[in-house]
Design a binder for this molecule. Structure first.
Ligand code: 1PZ
Length: 215
């Protein structure tokens, strides 16, 4: 997401990573999913230190999944589907909420999965916004419809405070670095259906295995 020559972040590259997530038979590659989140975190960090408490949490989850990807069972973590089968078959998931296996791949990915829903709602608002729209409003509406439902009061409060200092739409588009507003709209229009598909496939998989409220 940072091109090596000028060190500039480009949101198009990050969104392209999510396109790479889908295998020909519609499984979700964990490696690209994690890479997509890494890019989003870089973007978030470039918006300022107010967002550090958010990016720190995302980074720790990215790290947990990266460790599985490079660990001794890495062959079981190629896709989200294989991760779910492997962890369930080997009782590595805290399905009974007893507090064992607090850092399973399944529960860790679930947090990012919920955040992906926020991302999709937020980017869709951004795509259909006009120059008078406020990023803070779009962001908090998307948050309230998604992630907020899984967060305790204190986290919701802190998130709300962070949203207020988001850069305005023009500056936000500039940080995305994909060109003029029409170009941003086009790039989002192309990427969003794929993000939605990745989200939906994961959601259906988790629902099928009753994993949607893992502690
Ligand atoms: C562009 C503006 C960015 C706004 C980001 C909107 C999301 C606000 C989320 C605030 C979460 C802050 C702190 C940590 C919360 C954790 O408790 C939860 C649950 O994990 P657990 O405690 O169960 O281990 N973590 C999450 O819900 C994951 C949040 C990931 C957020 C990633 C945002 C990436 C932003 C990309 C910007 C384009």
């Amino acid at each position: 997401s940072w091109s090596s020559d000028n060190q500039k972040f480009c949101m198009r590259e990050v969104l392209d990573t999510f396109k790479l997530c889908l295998s020909p038979d519609k499984e979700v590659y964990l490696e690209h999913y994690v890479a997509g989140w890494r890019g989003l975190v870089k973007f978030l960090n470039s918006l300022g230190s107010v967002f550090t408490f958010i990016s720190k949490d995302a980074v720790s989850k990215i790290q947990i999944l990266s460790n599985f990807l490079s660990g001794e069972s890495s062959s079981q973590y190629v896709t989200v589907q294989s991760m779910v089968s492997y962890e369930l078959e080997n009782q590595l998931v805290d399905v009974n909420k007893t507090g064992i296996h607090p850092e399973s791949g399944c529960r860790t990915l679930l947090r990012l999965h919920r955040a992906l829903r926020w991302l999709e709602l937020f980017l869709e608002r951004l795509r259909t916004s006009d120059k008078h729209s406020k990023t803070s409003v779009m962001c908090s509406e998307a948050y309230n419809e998604s992630l907020a439902q899984h967060h305790p009061w204190l986290v919701r409060k802190a998130a709300g405070l962070a949203f207020v200092v988001l850069p305005g739409r023009t500056a936000f588009f500039e940080v995305m670095n994909v060109g003029p507003p029409e170009q941003v709209v086009a790039v989002l229009g192309e990427a969003l259906p794929l993000i939605l598909e990745v989200y939906q496939i994961t959601e259906d998989l988790y629902a099928k295995h009753h994993l949607l409220d893992l502690p």
